[in-house]
Write a protein that binds this ligand. Sequence first.
Ligand code: FAD
Length: 319
Amino acid sequence: MKITEYLRKKDGDKTPVSFELLPPMKGRGIESIYNSLDRLMEFNPPFINVTYHRSEYIYKKMPGGFFKKVITRKRPGTVGICAAIMNKYGVQAVPHLTCGGFSVEETEDALIDLHFLGVKNVLAIRGDAAKSEARFTPETGGHAYSSDLVKQIANMNKGIYLEEDLANAIETDFCIGVGGYPEKHFEAPNMNTDLKHLKKKVEMGANFIMTQMFFDNEKFFEFVKACREMDINVPIIPGLKPLTKRRQTTVIPSIFHVDIPDELELEIEKCKDDKAVEQVGKEWCINQSKELVKAGIPCLHFYTMSQSKIVSEIVREAM
Ligand code: FAD
């Protein structure tokens, strides 16, 4: 079922919960995905997101001190994992589809595969700059912004493919999600400009917004208010991640460009070890979840990041 259909039809007051999983590192099996889901399925998630990780260049040291530039992909398998999840658990899987690493033709082929597999929802995102580059560079013939990717998917939903003379082309039926940033996307000059770009994604055909993680609910509430004032009226699904290690208080802001509130940071400073940090992070996330649910969010999304046990404890206490 499409996420927006599910959100419209869901009965009762219970706020649904959904989860994001990362494909395992190359060379590892799919068991880590199954282990996580065996634990998380008790919460009846309407959908499970699976992230996409593009290829990147790395420099490998060779005998003689030379460096060889090699291409590698650390976490392949997004589409296969989605198919496996849908097959094993009978739940909708939501593959993340990026602009980075894809030409428009490759995007079209990927969407055809997903349609054949019965995937009904996709999260259309740009992707970050490759590690070897300072800023995001689209693939030759690829999309520069996620709004362009949304447009391509929305076109396929109308039977419009890249080959304009393709007769009677089948219409795909994707529900399209996009990313939103309660604390602003780090490249945007200001919040207002970022929101205009978000509005464009919705005008191009996005059906729902899924947010970057945040640790201060006020930022989310302000973001939703600003979206509504701009006439961005699709469902906005907040995404949460519990802090579990002290070093995350610096790593998370540098990777995801989000703030750790003073109060949380002070609590973590007092912790003797990571076990204590985990407890503080868990309690913080439980309180965030409870407040968000009370505020009437359409669905609560968790970035599990190999922490399905802690996430399941949070959901059990908060929901
Ligand atoms: P865009 O919407 O394209 O925006 C990128 C920047 O460009 C923003 O600053 C925006 O304001 C600006 N912009 C947009 N349109 C225009 C325009 N027309 N002209 C000028 N500027 C414009 N990354 C992965 O690699 N794999 C994943 O699986 C993944 N999953 C994610 C899931 C969620 C829910 C979120 C929020 C992010 C995820 N990311 C993932 C990270 C994402 O790829 C990065 O945040 C990326 O830097 C931006 O992606 P976007 O789709 O928001 O980009």
